[in-house]
Design a protein around this ligand. Sequence first.
Ligand code: SF4
Ligand code: SF4
Length: 373
Amino acid sequence: MSKLESTLASEEQNLLACIHCGLCLEACPTYTITGDENDGPRGRLYLMRAVGEGRLASTSEAFSQHIDRCLGCRACEQVCPAGVEYGQLLEASRAELREVESTRGFTNRVLQLVLTRVWLHPARLRLAFLSARIFRDSGLGHLLLTSRLARLVSARFELALALLQSSSPIELGEHQGAETSKNCDAARVSGRADVLLFTGCVTEGLFARVNRATTRVLEANSFAVHAPPHQVCCGALHAHAGDLEGARILARKNIEAFKDNSECPVITNAGGCGAMLATYGHLLAKDEFIADEARQFSARIRDVSQQLATVEMQTGAGISAGIVTYDASCRSDCNDQSGDFDYRQSGLPDANWRGREPGWYAFKSLSSGRAIG
Ligand code: SF4
Ligand code: SF4
């Protein structure tokens, strides 16, 4: 019996819970684009069950293609009346596929190598992000993109450069910075509750300004923010790529890093990280040494908007641009992490799909990724 077959057998109740109502289809970005039943949650569950029951080989093209195309956004879970935990089944399926795919194709091999040899080692990852920032700020990436030379190399290279360029720092006006500082000063004199910030690997490596802004907003709203120094990547990239063991290694490190102040909420500002951190309880359920701690850790995860919704919000810096667009992360929506935050969402057509394309997916399924992202 293969690893997937035994995992699916142990998740049988989860699979059998599907009542085939089809309510999840409309919520699924890949089904909406391809119109193929096998690219929707219900069809994928059929495929998983067929593999679990030995009617379909886990090495078959049909299985790998349709499981590969899934974004892992878990929008289907939110609308499922039967409570099918699709995300857990997907991860088990991907873990199995990884065994087969790790030897297939150049891109797969490179991505697997990066995940295991770089992402699992914080010092190497910091060095990689430092190199990326130097490259980005040198202007060379911008030149390669505007001259279209990047496209000549490959579409994936062009996409990687475009993503890197999008992380370029944005200058705040003097007025805005001053207002924010004033609010922080005001907060400092009042009593504050402690919160722990999960900084995230990509966010801290390329979008550190987002973490600094999150800290300022929390401080202006009477929270004392601490960022535990030994925290690592949440493991979402590994889990989505089927490397559950890699995800577990990172999960154990994070649980250890956030052990002190174990009563404090753990705040995330990236929906994908938040969703992953919230599943540590399940990820480590079979590890008797840490299962309880993992469950308790997952229960402490809060999206920043959830945390802000617990206090009367202080207004922040003056914003000179007329309309501000808040594109709620699908992971926040999908995992009920967005809280009751009042915001105005405008200007992005099909905004309900944006952000559902995980970084890993963007490189593996370039055309679908573009259609969605
Ligand atoms: S996780 Fe997202 S892409 Fe995958 S089946 Fe569910 S809704 Fe569709
Ligand atoms: S909504 Fe749930 S029960 Fe209905 S088809 Fe989708 S997975 Fe099955």
